[in-house]
Write a protein that binds this ligand. Structure first.
Ligand code: HEC
Ligand code: HEC
Length: 201
């Protein structure tokens, strides 16, 4: 009954555009050349606090096909319960699709499956952040071969329209949101980029 209702809601959502978590405009960043290396590194520290946060890193697991359960609301860090495997498809197509449980709408019920109005799935293998150091993630994000062939401005733009990650600031249940806001995170990317994308040693 509940599943049928949820499917009905999902069908309705596919027909009518979703008001929540729509595209977010990229703020105007500083011009290249006016941001010091030091300010760039400070922006990187704030970026790292976001990308290494469980709300981001639990999906950014790299070559593993196992999403992670970590952060305060999970108690201890461990791979996703119920032996969930994302497979090469990253959406569980080979075994149990993520969308079986992670349906279009988030809920505030503790420990219910989080959801977004997009296919819930793992991030690309190249964007491996879980358990990785700041220099490693920094180098991945500034390398076009590993970041989806994007300039820093395109990275900020991607953040604006990738609704999956908007969830991290509105995660539902008792989950702790990612630090700051999506807007401040985009601004930090633009400051870091304008400084030449400096990475810590
Ligand atoms: C539900 C899983 C999930 C969560 C949570 C998540 N991501 Fe992702 N992320 C993805 C997927 C899937 C892609 C690939 C989507 C695409 O390229 O359109 C992606 C791609 C990216 C990219 C593209 C760059 C690259 O290196 O490929 C960035 C940047 C990114 N995510 C940032 C974040 C940030 C910041 C957070 C937390 C605030 C976050 N993500 C949380 C699944 C997730
Ligand atoms: C059988 C149901 C089910 C399936 C299938 C499922 N999940 Fe989950 N998932 C859950 C539940 C329930 C939670 C929340 C548990 C909690 O909060 O204690 C969760 C939480 C998560 C989290 C943690 C989010 C966070 O930071 O709080 C990630 C990441 C995740 N799932 C990824 C996936 C991916 C990727 C797939 C498909 C490969 C998948 N899940 C398939 C039920 C499922």
């Amino acid at each position: 009954m509940r599943a049928a209702l949820t499917r009905g809601l999902l069908a309705a959502a596919l027909i009518s555009p979703l008001p929540a978590r729509a595209e977010v405009q990229v703020p105007t960043g500083p011009a290249v050349g006016i941001v010091s290396q030091q300010e760039g590194l400070e922006a990187w520290d704030r970026i790292f606090a976001v990308v290494s946060h469980p709300r981001c890193a639990n999906c950014h697991v790299g070559p593993s096909d196992r999403p992670m359960w970590s952060g305060d609301s999970y108690g201890r860090t461990r791979p996703h319960g119920m032996n969930i495997r994302a497979g090469e498809s990253r959406i569980g197509a080979e075994t149990l699709p993520c969308a079986t449980c992670h349906l279009g709408k988030n809920s505030d019920v503790a420990h219910s499956p989080p959801a977004v109005p997009d296919d819930w799935r793992l991030a690309p293998v190249e964007a491996h952040w879980f358990g990785q150091s700041a220099p490693t993630i920094c180098n991945q994000l500034r390398d076009p071969a590993l970041n989806g062939d994007r300039t820093y401005a395109e990275l900020a733009e991607h953040l604006g329209h990738d609704v999956i990650l908007h969830w991290a600031w509105e995660p539902g249940g008792t989950r702790e949101p990612a630090p700051g806001t999506l807007h401040s995170h985009m601004e930090d990317i633009l400051v870091w980029g304008a400084a030449g994308m400096p990475c810590p040693q």
